[in-house]
Design a protein around this ligand. Structure first.
Ligand code: FDA
Length: 405
């Protein structure tokens, strides 16, 4: 039986940070992961350049049954702290937009940095190895693993969420939480493309590949508006606008898109459109195209084919009144769509839900049920927006647990 102070299961973003910090704090740490390759999720993140944090992070950027839960860890270890670490390792990076920081080169820079930090903390690696059983005798966690029995007084669960099973995602952390009496918040794919029934999507299939800036909003009451790009796909909608909205979407409900290019209500748009008809001589199709100059032509055509808007196609602008422009303004400024589903965990960037924060101490990430047991990273019911927030939660929760042990 090999004895350690801390056993960390999962060498992804949160586990690497936690193991490195605990090791550098003088603890004898073991880090175990079943994957052949180290931290594949970091490697594929941000299109291969890892959007490793965001300059502006607060609990507002996260969803959880307890919206304030993340605050303590996020203030304990801020994005400025992680940026300082990246700078210490001389990793070049840049801000893309909205405070999102990406590596100039590749995500491997971040993985190499975290591995070096673990080595500086003399972390003992167990990879690739899996855990067959976990027991707790009241003071020690005893793990049966493919590397033999391992024992420690502290066990940190950092096995991540369910997205992208082909690179090693499992429900191990969720099952372990249940084993130790923790409640789970229902899980579902988030930051995920949305799909539509083929009949419903038929008019838009030809738009696949088309992108434009929009305002988007999920179906939940607390869903914020996101000002991002929308992407049409063969099966539905994607792009940052829809990924963000998907996190706040419930099956059977509508998402809302404002394609007007302005932050306005349909009534305001209708008034403006009516105003714009005055003295206009063009036919309605050309006139409408001029009202939405940021729309590609293909979109204008598909739009005017929508059944509720066919009344204006081919008409003279002078003939258009409130009756015709009402539905047009509504459709442009507040397009309501009910997706039939999502692209699932295969394509999702994160999992919503997970280990309930009700059973965890916010200041330490330690279990309220079993002393010495910690849950960090995506396995916890804390889900960040797109834009580097999920990594910042992984770093912050990993750091916080390490310093609490
Ligand atoms: P993470 O998934 O990183 O690590 C979990 C580890 O546990 C893995 O190494 C896995 O092998 C291991 N494991 C799982 N089950 C195990 C078991 N049974 N036994 C042993 N080991 C086990 N976020 C962001 O902020 N910026 C970005 O740019 C992106 N981009 C992005 C792109 C894509 C395609 C995806 C899928 C996700 C992102 N994300 C992101 C989200 C981000 O990757 C994610 O939130 C963090 O990696 C979560 O960190 P964790 O350490 O919790 O899990």
């Amino acid at each position: 039986m090999q004895q350690f102070d801390v056993l960390v299961i999962g060498a992804g973003a949160a586990g690497l940070m936690c193991a490195a910090q605990a090791g550098q704090g003088g603890l004898n740490v073991a880090l175990l992961d079943h994957s052949e390759k180290l931290a594949e999720k970091i490697r594929i993140s941000g299109g291969g350049r890892c959007n490793f944090t965001n300059i502006n992070v607060s609990e507002v950027n996260f969803i959880s049954e307890n919206p304030r839960f993340a605050r303590s860890a996020l203030s304990r270890y801020s994005s400025a702290d992680f940026i300082a670490l990246v700078k210490r390792h001389n990793i070049p990076f840049h801000e893309k937009h909205k405070g999102q920081l990406f590596c100039d080169r590749k995500s491997d820079d971040i993985i190499d940095m975290l591995a070096a930090e673990c080595n500086a903390g003399k972390v003992k690696w167990f990879r690739p190895h899996s855990v067959n059983a976990v027991e707790h005798d009241g003071s020690q966690f005893k793990l049966t693993t493919t590397a033999g029995p391992l024992q420690a007084r502290h066990l940190v669960v950092a096995t991540g969420g369910l997205p992208v099973p082909k690179i090693g995602a499992t429900d191990f952390g969720l099952k372990l939480a249940k084993q130790f009496g923790h409640a789970l918040v229902d899980q579902r794919p988030a930051l995920v493309p949305l799909t539509f029934d083929s009949a419903q999507w038929e008019p838009f299939v030809q738009l696949a590949g088309l992108a434009l800036p929009v305002l988007s909003r999920g179906s939940e009451a607390q869903a914020p508006w996101f000002d991002e790009d929308l992407l049409f796909t063969h099966r539905g909608l994607s792009g940052p606008a829809v990924l963000q909205a998907s996190t706040y979407w419930n099956p059977g409900r509508a998402i809302t898109l404002n394609l007007s290019g302005r932050d306005c209500e349909p009534a305001t748009l209708q008034t403006d459109l009516l105003q714009a008809t005055l003295g206009a001589k063009a036919n309605a199709d050309n006139w409408f195209a001029a009202q939405v100059p940021h729309w590609p032509k293909r979109l204008v055509q598909a739009w005017l084919n929508k059944p509720e808007l066919q009344a204006i196609a081919g008409r003279k602008v002078a003939e258009l009144g409130k009756k015709q422009l009402g539905p047009l303004a509504q459709a442009v400024a507040s397009w309501q769509l009910v997706p039939s589903g999502t692209e699932g965990y295969k394509k999702a960037e994160v999992m919503r839900g997970g280990v309930s924060t009700a059973d965890l101490h916010a200041k330490t990430l330690e279990s309220r049920k079993v002393a010495g047991l910690y849950f960090i990273g995506e396995v916890v019911d804390v889900t960040g927006w797109l834009g580097g927030y999920n990594f910042q939660w992984a770093w912050a929760s990993g750091y916080t647990a390490a310093h609490a042990i």
